[in-house]
Write a protein that binds this ligand. Structure first.
Ligand SMILES: [Zn+2]
Length: 334
């Protein structure tokens, strides 16, 4: 992450930070809050590099000096990261005690010290109270960066002592780009981004075997609904339903079906770039020739009805059965 990129992704946060840095007037505590995948950690690293860089240009870090590199790899002696220990649900008082001990001394290599608390909402109440004193009476040269996805879970007393910077959620397009940079498969990431609108959840879905199978089953179902309706019900009983065996999974399945029809609609409107099932373009285009946009919208409302039935705890297999028959009826009206 560099300043140009942060400004592009999070204009407000970047502007506030740049303004403070350019005037040499950074606050002593910032709270970066916002959904996952919005660059809060990267921004914390960038601000820290800006503070410590040995050869900055216009107050922008060079990224190549020893300090910039050590901060990027988490190895700078005057930068302390605190997060829940592996497998632990919270940040404990002892971790804050360690931090305070570390900060009782001047910086090892300079007069500056930065501490970064990741997942700050996971501080225990005790830990938060010890931290509070620390933030209230900061040692000179100390910068605190707190990061959270759940600002409302933090004590008001902590929040009110930090300057809050909100990181805006990513657009679906930005989310897809980030997932792509992570090397996740294109076919899966489009569907997972459309489902979750959240970086962590989308990345997690892409890595689940079940999700790849779910997407493939939905594609098979959509092809059958379109081309060989007589095989649809046996397919639902034997293949589809066993893989969507609880309401949460079936809700995902119905959303994946909805994306199929939404893709048809996007194609009707000439918005090819919005298509989720990019790799199924041949069959989508074939269906596009036969289905009007009215029919497509009608199919979408049938899927949404099915979703509501599921919310009302109707049995999943019956929901799918009824939906398939109605969608089949929609096709037969041609
Ligand atoms: Zn540098």
């Amino acid at each position: 992450m560099d300043w140009q990129k942060l400004t592009k992704q999070q204009q407000t946060a970047a502007r506030v930070l740049r303004h403070a840095i350019d005037r040499h007037a950074l606050a002593h505590a910032y709270l970066f809050e916002g959904p996952s995948g919005t660059g809060k950690r990267e921004a914390a690293i960038l601000v820290t590099q800006t503070v410590f860089c040995q050869s900055p240009e216009n107050e922008r870090p060079c990224m190549t000096c020893r300090n910039c590199r050590r901060i990027a790899s988490g190895n700078h002696p005057d930068v302390v990261w605190i997060a829940p220990e592996e497998g632990a649900a919270s940040i404990k008082k002892e971790q804050i005690a360690y931090l305070m001990k570390e900060f009782a001394y001047r910086g090892v290599e300079s007069s500056r010290k930065v501490f970064i608390i990741d997942q700050a909402e996971k501080l225990t109440a005790q830990a938060e109270n010890s931290l509070l004193k620390f933030i209230e009476e900061p040692h000179p040269g100390t910068l605190a960066l707190l990061i959270t996805e759940h600002i409302h879970q933090l004590l008001d007393t902590i929040v009110s002592r930090c300057q809050i910077l909100s990181f805006a959620p990513l657009s679906d397009q930005e989310l897809r780009e980030r997932l792509k940079q992570d090397g996740l498969p294109n076919a899966l990431l489009k569907a997972s981004a459309a489902l979750t609108h959240d970086y962590e959840s989308a990345a997690q879905l892409c890595k689940m075997e079940w999700f790849a199978e779910a997407r493939s089953l939905v594609i098979q179902l959509m092809k059958r609904l379109f081309k060989s309706f007589s095989s649809v019900l046996p397919f639902i009983y034997e293949k589809f339903s066993p893989n969507f065996d609880d309401n949460q999974k079936l809700t995902v399945g119905l959303d994946l079906m909805l994306f199929w029809y939404r893709d048809l609609l996007s194609l009707h409107l000439g918005r090819q770039s919005e298509v989720v099932y990019e790799d199924q373009m041949d069959i989508l285009k074939e269906q596009l020739l036969l289905w009007s946009s009215e029919q497509t919208i009608q199919a979408m409302s049938l899927v949404m009805d099915a979703r509501r039935q599921l919310d009302a705890h109707v049995n999943g297999v019956s929901v799918m059965e009824r939906l398939a028959i109605k969608l089949g009826g929609n096709i037969n009206e041609l």
